[in-house]
Design a protein. Structure first.
Lengths: 319, 294, 332
């Protein structure tokens, strides 16, 4: 079984050029600023002294390739640069924000599964039936609603009118964190679940019509045991890669949603940095998110392999 | 109801059933028709905005700010006393225009790059796919927000930012289709018959691979409109006081407890817009690739 | 008749597709037969004749969209169609079990085969996980799978087609059913393996005392395996009886056609005569005998009404109004 995971080193190796490319993109960001980056960053606060100091701090006086290699060199030492606003290392704030956003994403993923699995199951048991239609309306609406607007509507209905959950913030203790993160996570889950439901519905219909489900029924299996053991176990496999691909989308969404609910995660960090033109912080957040997406991609392949015994990335000896 | 021409048409249909399936389908495609009606109506509203909007969308009237819906202002006024309905109507111009326009460059550029990469393969394909992988590491919103910040707020920046990212998806889709099509016998035959690469791509591969890209373009417009309103909501979009749906939601959020409709109604309009576009997309995918649907 | 109460009886069963606003499309029409304890019963027909659907109706596994239109299936005196689905699930496994045609798709691709065999015994026999697994390995050994303890941990795709079908058989017999339904169990296998699997099925049914319903398009398989058979054409039973009687003296032109078109290893020099034409479209069924358009003996009377299944002798029936005139004086 575990020998099928031998593909991991090779998979990591293939990620190296992508990571390399990502660092180039992040590095080049500063040069996309129109005109002199230092002037562009400082805007109207740019006295000649401050511009000169910033050029020095960003290393803009050196040739491009020297700048890039010193950027990489500092990255490898874990140095993400200093914030242009308060001159403190960016890594400090970044590592405070990361667990917040990861918790939010994980929470959203759990809620999305709780929404999607039953809805996809209901829709798949009678395709084109009344309940399938209702689920389809939900997926259409879920895809058509802007995420931040869903968040605002939830604030209006659940936080303001029903007073069930806080309007925003993060709380102090672990349990408070979950309580405060519920609405933002629900918002992300609502916008993510249509994709999961569509994928899961299709694969559940296929599984329900499959010979092996007929076999299971001929053994007297039925009800939820049949659904979990035979249907879901197979139907979940294609959905895993759909979720893997969409986690990137979820990260993007979390940036906006953190803003709506004032959650102190990566998104708030990035938007605050954007409004204060804190360039090094923007770079660091973008770099971390890209690396996160790459890691999620690799993890998706691993989980996929563990769930589907037929997949064998590592050897071609078996057909 | 049934004219002789229609009968003749139906008779021909029966004979050439498989070849003209798509022709037969379009008027029996409720999702395409519903989508065209919805989007058509919205486009009409946008085009006729100067005629049908009851008020000037940007003119402030602080004496009449935050009016409840009713009276002369059907949907009320915002905190500057601007008519919400008029701003919605004018907002359609901005959001739909940017949404549709932002698709053009990525569609053309991405499709061409994808077709070339898939057709020629080799080092060019490897480099393109490497770049595609790198771009896919950055979530759409992250990249759009950062790029709009770097390029400065404004419509042109939005086009550039969206184009810089979303061509990747077209390249990937078209490349995948080309890889399938180029193995087909008729392509091999055309090449053996002495047709040049350029002609093979334009005449034979292009028409066969574009349907997926066109279907994707519909959902891409939705994605772009979402990005535009999100940028507007974050205050990074089209500069105020121009009416734009996302910034209207931002303005309305302030008064969510007293005037809930201010943030709600623009969102509903966005939902209707994206529903219409998704329906067109569903209809097109039925129409253009019937064999793909079960 | 003095035969004891049958194990299973299918009475006037009709299956079809019901759509609102349309007449139902009948796929299986008025099919009746009985299977005694320990009997081996073959159902022969081309694909689309309704033989597999009849089998699935007995197992309660009709595909979505196809329903029983009329008739009943009685197992040991119980009407299966009026049994609750929970009670019916209790029957599937310890009373009735099924072996499918395609063992690759009929096994769950992501569950180890041992677990799949053990699932039934755990549910129906109340065995612990370990005891059920031990039984699964024992059953695998009985079906002739070498090194069963190791193979039990394999996934279906890691086994050959023949082994997979043995797994299916082990699974079906694990709860010692009294009736085994086999839907073309050897069709998907290599010719050399087919024979082994067939022998295995026979031997195990003998050992376990299980009755067998064997659906196939292959007359030779029925000849080797079964006691009685029914020939189906376009949803009807056109002829039934003891296997050796039907083979010696077919009374329906379709049965005769089937025999003439199948290779006979006892008479390798005999010319094969294919049946001309194709089975009818069920949605657009001709009036009269469904086989008439392809029948070289068809008379104008054949096109008037669908012929009823008439008894020729105890346990021997045929549905052909011209049967007597066609086969009179034909040497057996």
């Amino acid at each position: 079984m575990l020998h099928r995971l031998n593909f991991i080193p090779g998979r990591l190796l293939r990620a190296v050029p992508v990571v390399f490319g990502v660092t180039i993109v992040v590095f080049l960001m500063v040069h996309l600023l129109p005109g002199d980056p230092a002037i562009a960053i400082l805007g109207d606060k740019g006295t000649p002294q401050r511009i000169a100091a910033l050029r020095e701090q960003l290393g803009l006086n050196q040739p491009l390739w020297v700048q890039y290699f010193s950027f990489i060199g500092r990255l490898l030492q874990g140095d993400l640069g200093d914030s242009l606003v308060n001159q403190r290392p960016v890594s400090e704030v970044l590592f405070q924000a990361i667990p917040v956003t990861l918790t939010l994403l994980l929470f959203a993923l759990v809620i999305a599964m709780v929404i999607s699995i039953p809805l996809a199951g209901i829709a798949a048991t009678r395709p084109n039936g009344a309940r399938d239609l209702l689920v389809r309306i939900f997926t259409l609406l879920g895809q058509g609603m802007p995420q931040f607007w869903v968040g605002i509507m939830l604030i209006l209905l659940v936080a303001v009118n029903l007073r069930l959950f806080p309007v925003g913030g993060y709380g102090l203790t672990d349990s408070e964190h979950l309580y405060y993160l519920f609405l933002p996570a629900l918002t992300l889950a609502i916008s993510m679940s249509p994709t999961i439901i569509r994928s899961l519905r299709t694969s559940t219909i296929a599984a329900l019509g499959s010979d092996y489900v007929a076999t299971a029924r001929s053994k007297g299996s039925g009800g939820s045991g049949l659904f979990v053991h035979h249907v879901l176990r197979n139907a979940a496999i294609p959905t895993i890669s759909v979720i893997g691909v969409n986690l990137g989308y979820l990260v993007g969404g979390s940036i906006v949603i953190e803003r709506v609910f004032a959650v102190p995660g990566l998104g708030s960090l990035m938007l605050t940095a954007i409004f204060s033109r804190d360039f090094t912080t923007i770079q660091a957040v973008a770099l971390f998110i890209a690396l996160f997406v790459i890691v999620v991609g690799i993890l998706t392949d691993v989980i996929y392999t563990l769930l589907d015994p037929r997949v064998n990335f590592s050897s071609k000896e078996r057909a | 109801m049934t004219t002789p021409t229609a009968l003749l048409f139906l008779a021909q249909e029966k004979r050439r059933n498989t070849r003209t399936r798509s022709l037969k389908a379009w008027y029996r495609n409720p999702s395409l028709i519903a989508g065209l009606i919805v989007v058509g109506a919205l486009v009409l509203v946008a085009v006729l905005a100067p005629v049908i909007a009851p008020f000037d969308p940007v003119k402030q009237d602080l004496q009449n700010s935050l009016l409840a819906p009713g009276g002369a202002h059907w949907l009320g006024t915002d905190k500057y006393g601007r008519d919400v309905l008029s701003r919605l109507i004018w907002g359609a111009r901005v959001d739909l225009r940017i949404g549709f326009m932002a698709v053009l460059i990525p569609f053309v550029f991405g499709s061409v790059v994808g077709a070339l990469a898939g057709y020629f393969g080799g080092w060019f394909d490897s480099i393109v796919m490497q770049i595609v992988d790198i771009f896919f590491a950055f979530p759409f919103y992250v990249m759009v927000i950062v790029l709009v910040f770097l390029l400065g707020a404004g419509e042109v920046s939005i086009y550039l930012a969206i184009s810089a990212i979303s061509w990747v998806a077209y390249a990937k889709i078209v490349r995948g289709e080309v890889l399938v099509v180029k193995k087909q016998d008729y392509i091999v035959a055309a090449r053996l018959g002495g047709m040049s690469h350029g002609r093979v791509i334009v005449r034979h591969i292009g028409p066969n691979v574009m349907s997926q890209a066109i279907v994707y373009a519909m959902s891409d417009i939705v994605l772009d409109i979402m990005a535009i309103v999100t940028l507007g909501y974050l205050g990074l979009g089209v500069a105020p006081p121009t009416a734009e749906w996302g910034s209207m939601i931002l303005d309305g959020q302030e008064f969510i407890t007293t005037q809930w409709q201010q943030a709600t109604i623009p969102g509903l309009v966005i939902v209707v817009t994206s529903l219409g576009l998704s329906w067109i997309g569903d209809g097109l995918s039925d129409l253009l690739s019937p064999e793909r649907r079960k | 008749m003095t035969t004891p109460a049958p194990l299973l009886s299918v009475n006037n069963l009709s299956l079809g597709v019901v759509r609102s606003g349309h007449r139902p499309t009948v796929i299986v029409d008025d099919v009746s037969f009985t299977v005694a304890k320990g009997e081996r019963f073959g159902i022969v027909g081309e694909s689309g004749s309704g033989k597999s659907l009849t089998l699935r109706a007995i197992a309660g596994l009709l595909p979505a969209g196809i329903d029983a239109l009329s008739g009943s299936v009685t197992y040991e005196g119980r009407d299966l169609f009026s049994t609750s689905s929970a009670a019916r699930r209790k029957l599937m496994g310890p009373e009735i079990a099924m072996v499918f045609q395609e063992p690759m798709t009929a096994l769950n691709p992501v569950v180890r085969v041992g677990e799949q065999i053990a699932e039934g015994p755990r549910r129906h026999l109340g065995l612990s996980r370990a005891a059920a697994m031990a039984l699964a390995i024992e059953m695998m050994a009985k079906t002739g799978i070498p090194d069963p303890a190791k193979r039990a941990r394999a996934f279906p795709h890691e086994l050959s087609g023949g082994l997979r079908q043995r797994i299916m058989i082990a699974m079906a017999l694990s709860c010692r059913p009294k009736l085994l339904l086999c839907d073309e169990p050897t069709t998907a296998l290599d010719v050399t393996v087919q024979h082994q699997v067939l022998r295995l099925l026979e031997q195990l049914c003998d050992d376990f005392g299980a009755a067998l319903i064997f659906v196939t398009h292959d007359l030779a398989v029925v000849n080797q395996t079964c006691d009685n058979l029914a020939v189906m054409y376009a949803g009807h039973i056109v002829e039934s009886g003891r296997v050796k009687d039907v083979f010696r003296d077919p009374r329906h032109p379709y049965t005769r056609g089937l025999l003439d078109s199948a290779p006979d290893f006892d008479q390798p020099d005999r010319a094969l005569v294919p049946i001309p034409g194709f089975p009818p479209n069920l949605a657009d069924r001709p009036s009269g005998c469904a086989f008439a358009p392809r029948c070289i003996h068809a008379q104008p009377g054949c096109l008037v009404a669908s012929p009823a299944l008439e008894s020729l002798a105890p346990g021997r029936s045929v549905a052909c109004i011209e049967s007597d005139s066609i086969f009179q004086g034909v040497p057996a």
